[in-house]
Unconditional design. Structure first.
Lengths: 173, 199
């Protein structure tokens, strides 16, 4: 045997598996004897064994905590007041529908003008005479306002108006 | 074929199947109550994701129930369940989806968080911190082991299964199980000694 235990020998003792045969049983007994006599190997073994024990403890504590938490969640879900199950899906569907409509509406509106291309042309055709008549009317009103004599009194302004031959006849006489 | 032969065949087809053989899994409540925490502990330590561990634990018992007729009693129920859990674990961890989420996911519990479960009833704050740091390093080392080494290591040192049981559950020869344990322990010893020297 080497002065100290090899890694495999230390592991064999650590695993402490049930010896499968008599020679294994004798070998494990030799390892125990060495550990009793060698303080370095004993310290090495104790340190590793303690670490593995603590490792197992943390794993157990952690899994117990997670297990209990899952159980508590399950119980709280069971005890929670019944909520309409269809609420969330309905709300989600409504939101999705609103999103689709808002996304497609601009495209639909954008496509509308090509569908009615003649309407502006018709407006242009009818708008031109309307504008002309409007302008003529406004010009007439403007002239009427700007004239010093109102149109009903115009005959009085020129007494000869409407009788052009009368003056000539007077001159002849 | 004679008419009598055809008639006898038809009658045998119409007869109800023989009663299924009783298995230990018929009393599923007892089986679940006895083994589910141990299976969950192993899956949680392997995956470090509580939700997935819960799902796979349930899946383990569901599969045990559906395949209960294949249980011949050649191994213990614990070994049989462990074998199912190992298969599910392997199937789950080998999917591309799992590998992708393992890379990007934050749901896996960090080794430092696991080390926080270290039992330290009467120790001082300094010694607790040192012990926590050592434990985090061991968990990190276990994470870096190969899939098979990690499974064997956890079955031995978390579930405290005997080596022949592990060999039966994993389908590996006993010598291979020992080799995996030697390598896993070598990695842990190296890391453990390095941290002791640093601290």
């Amino acid at each position: 045997m080497t002065p100290h235990l090899t890694h495999e020998q230390l592991c064999d003792h650590l695993l402490n598996s049930t010896p499968q045969a008599a020679h294994e049983s004798g070998r494990l007994e030799l390892l125990r004897e060495h550990l009793r006599d060698c303080s370095i190997c004993a310290a090495d073994f104790a340190s590793l064994n303690e670490s593995l024990t603590v490792f197992r403890s943390t794993a157990t504590a952690w899994s117990t905590r997670e297990w209990n938490r899952a159980k508590a969640n399950a119980v709280s879900q069971r005890l929670a007041p019944a909520r309409p199950r269809s609420f969330m899906p309905a709300a989600l569907w409504t939101a999705a529908a609103a999103l689709v409509v808002s996304a497609t509406l601009p495209f639909a509106l954008h496509r509308t003008p090509p569908a009615t291309p003649k309407t502006p042309v018709a407006v242009v055709h009818t708008a031109t005479p309307t504008n002309q008549s409007d302008e003529a009317l406004l010009e007439e009103v403007n002239e009427t306002l700007s004239s010093s004599i109102p149109s009903p009194m115009e005959p009085l302004d020129d007494p000869t108006a409407g009788r052009p031959n009368q003056s000539n006849n007077q001159r002849k006489n | 074929m004679s008419t009598d032969a055809i008639a006898s065949n038809l009658i045998s087809d119409m007869q109800p199947p023989l009663a299924e053989q009783a298995t230990p899994f018929d009393d599923l409540d007892t089986v679940v109550a006895t083994h589910q925490q141990r299976i969950f502990r192993f899956l949680l330590a392997s995956l470090r994701e509580p939700d997935v561990a819960h799902t796979l634990t349930q899946e383990t018992f569901l599969r045990a129930w559906t395949t209960r007729n294949a249980f011949r009693g050649e191994c213990s129920i614990a070994t049989w369940l462990t074998r199912i859990a190992l298969n599910l674990l392997r199937d789950h961890t080998r999917t591309q989806r799992f590998r992708f989420w393992r890379r990007v996911s934050t749901s896996a519990v960090d080794a430092t968080e696991i080390a926080a479960f270290l039992p330290h009833p009467d120790s001082s704050l300094d010694s607790r911190l040192i012990a926590s740091e050592q434990m985090a390093l061991i968990w990190q080392t276990v994470t870096k082991l190969s899939e098979r080494q990690r499974s064997v290591f956890l079955l031995r040192f978390v579930d405290e299964m005997e080596l022949p049981e592990i060999a039966s559950a994993t389908g590996l020869p006993l010598s291979t199980v020992k080799s995996h344990l030697y390598r896993a322990l070598a990695a842990i010893r190296t890391r453990h000694n390095a941290t002791r020297e640093t601290l």
